[in-house]
Design a protein around this ligand. Structure first.
Ligand SMILES: [Zn+2]
Ligand SMILES: [Zn+2]
Length: 244
């Protein structure tokens, strides 16, 4: 009896222990289940996340391709721009050469212009000298002509004197000679322009003598030249002459 009770107690104890164990296992099992659920949820979330990332990746890949295309276009553009840059640089160097050539030509032209100016000034100086010489010669010539006319007048006067002397020799009657002489003196005192009035005015340009009226008339009718020698005269060049 005792043994049976002991065995029963043992069995009960064992039973309790087994129940305890079973409960523990249940707990563990429950824990595992809940963990599995959690892990499933995590897995699903991860899948979703992966899908999102995949989409993002696709989008980014598309963007990258687009960017690549843009880069290719930009490279193409750069090539074109470099080509045109090279062309422009070539043109620039050509223009600079032309510019330098023009500069050289301008300098040469300025040089030759200066030379020509120098020549011109020399010619001007020569021309002035020549004009001076011509003026001097003209003046000398005029003086000579004036002298010549005076000499001719003197010759005429001498001729008259000679003729008078001859008449004194040839003619016996003194009366006639004297009459002749009186006539000559009258002539000498008469205006040679109008041959009527007495001489009473002188031209101080040439010192020829006429009547005042003749000279005034000539002045007023703008024939302002000496009737004898053609010397020009002005308002202040004819004056009264008082013989008495
Ligand atoms: Zn007169
Ligand atoms: Zn005169």
């Amino acid at each position: 009896m005792e043994v049976t009770g002991q065995a029963f107690e043992d069995m009960q104890e064992q039973n309790i222990r087994l129940i305890q164990q079973l409960r523990e296992k249940d707990d563990a099992n429950f824990k595992l289940m809940s963990e599995r659920i959690k892990s499933n949820q995590i897995h699903q979330l991860a899948n979703e996340e992966r899908n999102v990332l995949q989409e993002q990746t696709n989008t980014l890949t598309t963007q990258v391709e687009a960017q690549f295309q843009v880069v290719r276009k930009l490279e193409e553009k750069e090539r074109l721009l470099q080509n045109s840059l090279a062309t422009i640089e070539k043109e620039l160097s050509l223009r600079q050469q032309a510019l330098e050539m023009h500069k050289r030509k301008a300098i040469e032209s300025a040089q030759s212009a200066a030379d020509l100016k120098l020549h011109l000034e020399k010619y001007h100086a020569q021309m002035k000298e020549a004009q001076q010489v011509v003026a001097e010669k003209t003046m000398a010539l005029e003086q000579e002509a004036y002298k010549y006319r005076r000499v001719q007048e003197e010759i005429a006067s001498l001729r008259r004197k000679v003729e008078r002397a001859k008449k004194f020799e040839m003619v016996d009657r003194a009366d006639e000679v004297l009459m002749e002489e009186i006539r000559e003196y009258k002539d000498t005192l008469t205006c040679p322009s109008c041959k009527v009035k007495r001489k009473d005015a002188v031209l101080i340009k040439c010192f020829h003598v006429f009547c005042f009226d003749c000279l005034r008339t000539r002045y007023e009718t703008r024939q302002r030249k000496c009737p004898k020698c053609n010397a020009a005269f002005g308002a202040n060049d004819y004056h009264r002459l008082y013989l008495q």
